[in-house]
Structures are given as structure tokens and as C-alpha cells.
Design a protein around this ligand. Sequence first.
Ligand SMILES: Cc1cc2nc3c(=O)[nH]c(=O)nc-3n(C[C@H](O)[C@H](O)[C@H](O)COP(=O)(O)OP(=O)(O)OC[C@H]3O[C@@H](n4cnc5c(N)ncnc54)[C@H](O)[C@@H]3O)c2cc1C
Length: 332
Amino acid sequence: MQHYDLIIIGGGPIGLACGLEAQSAGLNYVILEKGCLVNSLYNYPANMTFFSTSDRLEIGDVPFVSNNAKPTRSEALEYYRRVAIHRKLHIKLFESVEQISRTNQENDEINYTLKTNKAEYQAQHIIIATGFYDIPYLMNVPGEDLPKVTHYYEEPHFYALQKVAVVGANNSAVDAALETWRKGAEVTMIIRQSEIGSRVKYWAKPDIENRIKEGTIKAYFNSEVAAVRQDEIDIKTPEGIVTIQNDYVIAMTGYQPNLDFLRKIGITLSNDEVLKPTYDEETQETNLPNVYLAGVICGGMNTHSLFIENSRIHAVKILQKITGKEIHQPNY
Ligand SMILES: Cc1cc2nc3c(=O)[nH]c(=O)nc-3n(C[C@H](O)[C@H](O)[C@H](O)COP(=O)(O)OP(=O)(O)OC[C@H]3O[C@@H](n4cnc5c(N)ncnc54)[C@H](O)[C@@H]3O)c2cc1C
């Protein structure tokens, strides 16, 4: 069985940032990623633009040059791939960590065994950077399992000349509604709240609000999908159930982190609805010794509080704790 000083679970931007710090510290480390490199970003909508400027998505002091101030998904994929390959990060892709257990050592040294779908490893330290993009919030309505319903929007061409319902009112929903409408879809938005979300990108918000006002995109506010059938959907509105013709449902209802995985290995969560995992804010170490959390997973169900820009620093904090040495402070 291979033994590492450090195993990093998750090859997203923050897992890679941890790998870069581990490499600088001279540790024997590996990143285990269940999908492709930066798997979550790969699965984002093809034409998405980040709300952050490219410098705020940089890791390991490697400049991120993009054509415009706000980089696109394809520029980000290019950037993180170039960083991983150029810096020769140790990564095993398409390998999912399924179980972690503490291994008793005769000399009282802390050690963990990790089981993946392919192998078993031992590690003295573990960083969990598994993100939040794996489990979509379901609408929990009849027909949600029909193939016409997706929780992962890719790109608009497919929806040309189709009747499309977009569920949600935040960035992903607004992007999907505007893009598919501009490619000739007949779009209806179903929005639980009374208005478009306040966090929607400042350039997209007036665009969607004006389309709704002029009636080219129809919106049902204070409403929810009640049922999905092959050719129509039922919408629960304040005026009662409305049935509309429908070909596809793009349910942009958000995602939640896999907190059961943390529970299963013994990391405790807060008792409120946030379910925030227990960790030391200075070192990122959890209630399990030598097991650390990094990236968006640290927020529990509060998935908007942490993102790439403000969680890159976790890598520095953790490696400082592991090595016991002061690391150069990046300027973020
Ligand atoms: C549409 C959209 C736009 C965004 N725009 C911005 C922005 O402009 N700026 C910004 O800072 N943030 C933005 N974010 C948020 C940002 O993308 C996430 O916060 C970021 O990806 C978090 O990085 P991470 O490394 O913590 O998690 P992730 O990128 O989600 O990486 C986690 C990785 O862990 C892997 N994994 C999960 N479980 C296992 C397992 N058991 N074994 C092995 N691997 C596993 C996953 O496959 C994934 O690759 C955006 C998010 C979305 C959805």
C-alpha cells in the first residue's frame, strides 16, 4: 500500500492550490480526483463567465492572463490545466475516495487509510477539498426523473425552437434563460421568490429584468413547478395551478456539498440548518487530528460564503500547520 505525507481529496482549484503548497514544502503528496481535472468547472455551462477577475482565481502565484477582465470557463480550464501540467502536480484522476479510517500505529503516530474505487492508500495528513457541485437540490415533484429535466445546463443550441422552462432566479438560471432565449427558445422562468436574485451579475440582471418586463421571456414569480409530464408542466402560482406546454426543464435550483461523506468519517457538523463542519479557523484542521478542510466545503450548506477567490488562502494555512513553518504570504 502506498504511503503519503499528505493526500488531497478533490482536484478543483482549491485542491490544486493545496497541491502547489505541498510541492513547495517538499512533501510526498498526491491529489485524488473522482472526475477529470477541475471536474466541477468542466461541468459548468459552456459559455459561463466568472464574476471574479482572473487575478483573483490565480493559484500558486502563477499569473492567469485572460482576454477580458472576467475570464470564461474555457480560459479557466486552460489556466488550471496549464498550471497542473507545468508544475507537474501529482494527481490521480477518475479515482473517487470512498472511505477514510484511522489506522492505529504502534508509535502513536497518526495515520489514515483511504479506500478509493481503485486502490488503498495510507496518509499521515488529509485535506478534503470536495466542493459543492455533486448533489443538485431536487424539486421533488412527479416527473423530475424524466430525461427532459436537467440540473446541469450545458449550452443553448440544443434548445433552439423548443419550449423551455427555467427554474430558479440566480446566476445559473438567468444565464440559461437569456442564452436559450437568444438561440430561439420560448422561455418561461419559474421563480419561487418575488424577484430576480440580488446576487445576479450586475450586467445580467437588467438584461433579464427587461426581457421579463417586455414579455419576451415569461416569468411566474412566487411560483413552483408542481409536476412535469412529457409535453407540459404544472406550475403552482399564487392564482392556482397553471399548465403550460413544455419540451425541456432546466432546473437551476442549486447544489449542496456531500456532507454525509464528512459525517461518515467522523467530522462533526453544526446543529443548525447550515451544518457547518467543525474546523479551526486558523489551521483548517477538523475535529479529526491531521484531517483538514479546504475550499467551498468549509461553508456547509452555506455554499455562497466561500468561493475560489476567498478560499485559496486555506492552502497556505493548512501547509503552515502541517510543516510548522511560516509560508510566504500571498497577496490575497
Ligand atoms: C456557475 C458558477 C460560477 C462561479 N463563478 C465563480 C467566480 O467567478 N469566482 C469564484 O471565486 N467562484 C466562482 N464560483 C464558485 C467556484 O467555482 C467554487 O467555489 C469552486 O469551484 C470551489 O473550489 P473547490 O476546489 O473548493 O471545489 P470544486 O471546484 O467543486 O472541486 C471539488 C472537486 O472534488 C472532487 N470530488 C468530490 N468528491 C470526491 C471524492 N469523494 N473523491 C475524489 N474527488 C472528489 C470533485 O469532482 C471536484 O472536482 C462559481 C460557481 C458556479 C457554479
